[in-house]
Design a protein around this ligand. Structure first.
Ligand SMILES: *Cc1c(COP(=O)(O)O)cnc(C)c1O
Length: 367
């Protein structure tokens, strides 16, 4: 069986160029060759949103969660107060990080099927004047919802509170406005919209954030340690060297293909193709408002007939890995991400495989 294509929300199917970059020569991270690599990757990350002025890109060996936890730990002061907005798994995860760090947050929860109300955020800020940071998830991968961060960021700016953003599944394929959103930092990873390999993640931070003492309660995840050698390309700990080679190649491909706007257009075209194909088979979007979806992933209501497990296993045999619902959504939805090295022909084959499976399930079910 050929390796199935990955339609899960990261890691993604790599292009040949990125895969080949993984087998670059071995490097010691205390040598000049490594320092050059790290500096190139840092510069290319800042270039994605034209953010070279006053910002630092800090690379960590770890998954997206490591970058989010480093950001939350370092920038929420130990005696500070954060407001976490949660309408999915990843908002809840940031709240859990703060609780673990001994900085219990104010949590504003919305239904996982609903957008959060910016007016409710304003009310929470009124009720808790000690809040210094608002933490939000840009693209909530739980459902595929793109949260209204432009509106939230405008509010943060007006009220003088800083925004910390989990941009793990949006960085590189959605609009991000650092200054307009009063963004102190964001966290993201190599292996989602940037199409790199898993193993390295990063935080992009506004430099003045380092003028405060670190709030970190962890040695490994203290961004002040990463900042110290960032300009010279010296990491505090052993980096994921192959993943950095791959990220460098992936960032070059991203820029050559037209940057984040082109990637968003590409994802939109792919997801429209899958959505209209599934709609023709009677499979509905899970979120009521189709405009709520980001570009990279769509959640669908599981159709009558095959269970998720059957759908998954049959599609895997046909060459595609799809993704289950998390938490309360398990057994109710399935998700298809359209990141990575995919062709329109691949998506048409996916639709064909789903059509066959549904036709068989419907023929086989008792009348
Ligand atoms: C994938 C994801 C994460 C976690 O990333 P890992 O690499 O699995 O640790 C965090 N936030 C969002 C929004 C994600 O989509």
């Amino acid at each position: 069986m050929p390796t199935p294509l990955l339609l899960n929300p990261g890691p993604v199917t790599l292009t040949d160029r990125v895969r080949k970059a993984l087998i670059a020569p071995d490097l010691c991270h205390r040598e000049v060759e490594y320092a050059t690599l790290q500096r190139e990757v840092q510069a290319a990350l800042l270039e994605v949103y034209g953010q070279s002025e006053g910002h630092l890109a800090l690379l960590l060996a770890g998954s997206g969660t490591a970058a989010v936890e480093a950001m939350v730990g370092t920038f929420v002061p130990r005696d500070g107060r954060a407001l976490v907005i949660a309408n999915g798994v990843y908002g809840d995860r940031m709240a859990a990080m703060l609780t673990t760090q001994g900085k219990p947050p104010v949590i504003l929860r919305a239904e996982w099927t609903a957008p959060f109300e910016v007016s409710a955020v304003e009310a929470a800020l009124e009720a808790h004047p000690d809040i210094t940071h608002v933490l939000a998830v840009h693209h909530e991968t739980t459902t595929g919802r793109l949260n209204p961060i432009a509106e939230l960021g405008t509010l943060c700016r007006r009220r003088g509170v800083k925004l910390l953003l989990d941009a793990v599944s949006s960085f590189g394929a959605e609009a991000i406005d650092f200054a307009g959103w009063n963004l102190e930092a964001l966290a993201a990873t190599a292996n989602k919209c940037l199409h790199g390999a898993p193993g390295t993640a990063f935080v992009i931070a506004h430099e003045p954030a380092f003028e405060r003492p670190s709030g970190a309660t962890s040695v490994y995840l203290d961004l002040h340690r990463y900042r110290a050698g960032a300009a010279s390309g010296e990491p505090p700990f052993t980096p994921a060297v192959p993943a950095l080679h791959a990220l460098k190649a992936a960032l070059a491909e991203h820029a050559e293909a037209g940057g984040w706007e082109a990637r968003r257009r590409l994802y939109r075209a792919r997801s429209e193709r899958v959505r209209s194909g599934l709609a023709a088979l009677g499979i509905r979007d899970f979120l009521e408002d189709p405009a709520a979806y980001g570009a990279s992933l769509t959640s669908y209501a599981l159709p009558e007939g095959p269970s998720y497990e059957v759908l998954h296993d049959r599609l895997k045999a046909a060459g595609f890995v799809i993704y289950a619902g998390q938490g309360g959504f398990s057994g109710r939805i399935f998700r298809i991400a359209t990141m990575g090295a995919l062709t329109e022909g691949d998506l048409d084959r996916l639709l064909g495989a789903i059509a066959t499976l549904l036709a068989e399930a419907r023929a086989g079910s008792p009348a």
